[in-house]
Ligand binder design. Structure first.
Ligand SMILES: [Zn+2]
Length: 389
């Protein structure tokens, strides 16, 4: 085992020990963790500084938790360094909500890069709506970004699935890869069905293969511990989805009556003794829905009754010429109004909130955000039920 790998492995977080805010992983890579902040981040988000000289590249900007910026600035000051670029793995708030504050602190000439997405205007300004906002430059698949000192080259790999705009950054000098949420590093590893969160199952699978074909030696994910055995890890992430598809098929076969995605997820939870939390179960229900749609397309299963109203709603909000900023979701709120409620809740420290308080705020903001027409990605009603074809 190489010296670098041994050092990296000694940094892998194990079990329940509290991870440190800053960890220098290699001479080129420093991990800076952002604590959870707001209803959309339930866990730490990883950000990474890349480079060796006085100008570092920052990959992702954290959750917007107030402790992050002083930690980042303090570390850079200690190293007599500053930022040359900000790269975003994707536009989800728990990776971008720190952006505006960092950009203001380190100078508004600081270039910001990401892959183009139809959601950029909403997501990037997110809960920090201000007059001055970074305008990102758009990355291209295969493009390489180099640190100003020449020590580090990051090749862009478009890896949709988790989100359409997800990219990985391949650090060529170390053969390591920053994966954002394209690959999740959950405490229970890829064998837990709630491990992966994706909006497109087929794209997610293809992106896992695309990453595997680069043969990276280490993965640096957007959450959790680094992955020191990428090939096996990515293989088990793919296999987990196959096992889940088979379990869904078996449950429908044995049930003999129509079942909803929720009922199937509850059955999987019980049969596999997963004991999913209130946060994890909805994730599994979402994953089951993706599989049901795929199995329907493969004609293995069919709906026991239709969902015309839901399909037509998705149709009217896409490409219909309606100004998305005027679209109203639950409570008659536009997405911007929903985000301003998120801003309010972001001022609170979520780690200090009890379970009931958290779920109250989640009910008010996250649910509204998820149900907003711009965010209805899975055209299924909760009560839609399925049978084997
Ligand atoms: Zn994400």
């Amino acid at each position: 085992m190489s010296r670098i790998l041994r050092r990296l492995l000694s940094h892998s977080s194990t079990g329940t020990s509290t991870p440190r805010a800053i960890e220098q992983l290699t001479s080129r890579v420093t991990l800076i963790r952002a604590l959870p902040s707001g209803p959309f981040s339930k866990e730490d988000s990883n950000t990474y500084l890349v480079g060796e000289g006085a100008q570092r590249i920052l990959i992702d900007t954290g959750t917007g938790h107030p402790s992050y910026l002083p930690t980042l600035a303090g570390y850079l000051k200690e190293k007599d360094a500053s930022l040359s670029h900000i790269l975003l793995t994707h536009a989800h708030g728990n990776h971008t909500h720190g952006l505006v504050a960092i950009w203001r602190t380190f100078g508004t000439a600081l270039p910001v890069y990401k892959l183009k997405s139809s959601q950029d205007d909403i997501k990037l300004s997110g809960n920090n709506k201000t007059k001055a906002e970074p305008k990102p430059s758009f990355l291209k698949d295969g493009q390489t970004i180099r640190s100003l000192d020449g020590s580090s080259s990051l090749k862009v790999l478009h890896t949709p699935g988790h989100s359409q705009d997800s990219v990985c950054f391949h650090l060529l000098e170390e053969d390591s890869m920053f994966t954002g949420d394209a690959v999740s590093s959950a405490p229970h590893g890829p064998t837990r069905p709630t491990h992966a969160v994706f909006e497109d199952l087929d794209a997610y699978r293809r992106s896992l293969q695309k990453i595997t074909r680069q043969f990276p030696k280490i993965l640096y994910p957007g959450h959790g511990a680094l992955v020191a055995n990428p090939t096996a890890y990515l293989e088990s992430a793919r296999e987990c989805q196959n096992v889940l598809a088979l379990a869904i098929h078996n449950i429908l076969g044995q049930s003999g009556k129509p079942m909803s995605a929720e009922a199937i997820a509850v059955e999987i939870d019980q049969a596999q003794q997963l004991r999913l939390s209130d946060i994890e179960l909805p994730v599994l229900i979402g994953t089951v829905k993706h599989h049901l749609l795929e199995m329907e397309a493969q004609t293995f299963i069919r709906r026991s009754h239709g969902l015309e109203s839901e399909s037509s709603r998705a149709g009217t909000t896409n490409g219909s010429g309606v100004d998305p900023s005027k679209l109203k979701g639950p409570g008659g709120l536009t997405l911007e109004q929903i985000y301003s409620k998120v801003t309010e809740s972001n001022r609170r420290d979520w780690s200090d909130m009890n379970r009931q308080e958290r779920s109250q705020v989640l009910d008010q903001t996250s649910w509204r955000e998820q149900q907003h027409p711009l965010h209805v990605r899975i055209p299924l009603r909760k009560e839609t039920t399925w049978v084997l074809a």
